[in-house]
Design a protein around this ligand. Structure first.
Ligand SMILES: CC(C)(COP(=O)(O)OP(=O)(O)OC[C@H]1O[C@@H](n2cnc3c(N)ncnc32)[C@H](O)[C@@H]1OP(=O)(O)O)[C@@H](O)C(=O)NCCC(=O)NCCS
Length: 154
């Protein structure tokens, strides 16, 4: 099935150092665990295995996501859509875009961790073919379990 966001003027571009302030603000809203500004700077310009992308609609920042590529294995590190735009299919659209990028890079497998009660994220990953591969007990700072998921790309 096509994503709900299909048809909108959506673009996916590389995340750059100019996006870091926007990303830091969004992370505060969305995530319990923050990366520092320096950490983000390293991710964007100093980390040769990191790939981050911004989702925009007519130039408006909707969210971002990214991963590390180690040999032929992709590890999704972050995915976030601004609160006011959640539930419109943009997260699904972005995941599909990340998977397309990973395929272009000849990745074989994609792995990620997701909080066990993060139903929107679990829904998107399952819809895109990810399968549950295990549990990391008390993985998050508040002791929530993480579900480990993976997807074989080829
Ligand atoms: C997870 C996140 C990226 C999803 O983005 P989004 O644009 O809201 O997601 P979408 O609209 O593409 O899809 C959400 C899906 O979850 C479903 N959903 C939403 N709330 C749900 C719930 N409580 N239970 C089950 N499914 C739910 C929606 O129905 C939709 O599925 P559908 O398209 O089959 O109807 C976004 O919620 C977010 O940024 N969350 C905070 C950060 C985060 O948790 N990131 C992921 C870390 S692994």
């Amino acid at each position: 099935m096509e994503p709900k966001a299909q048809g909108a003027a959506l673009t996916v571009r590389s995340l750059t150092a100019e996006d870091i302030d926007t990303v830091l603000k969004l992370d505060l809203e969305l995530f319990d665990e923050q990366w520092s500004k320096e950490g983000w700077q390293r991710e964007v310009s100093g980390n040769g295995i990191a790939y981050y992308y911004v989702l925009e609609k007519a130039g408006q920042f909707l969210g971002y996501g990214g991963y590390w590529l180690v040999f032929d294995e992709v590890q999704v590190t972050r995915l976030g859509i601004i609160r006011s735009q959640q539930g419109k299919g943009y997260g699904d659209f972005l995941v599909k875009a990340l998977l397309a990028k990973a395929r272009e890079q000849q990745a074989q497998v994609v792995t990620l961790e997701v909080r066990e009660n993060n139903y929107p994220a679990l829904k998107i990953y399952t819809k895109n073919g990810f399968q549950k591969a295990g549990i990391r007990p008390k993985y998050y700072a508040n002791k929530d379990n993480a579900i480990l998921m993976n997807l074989k790309l080829r």
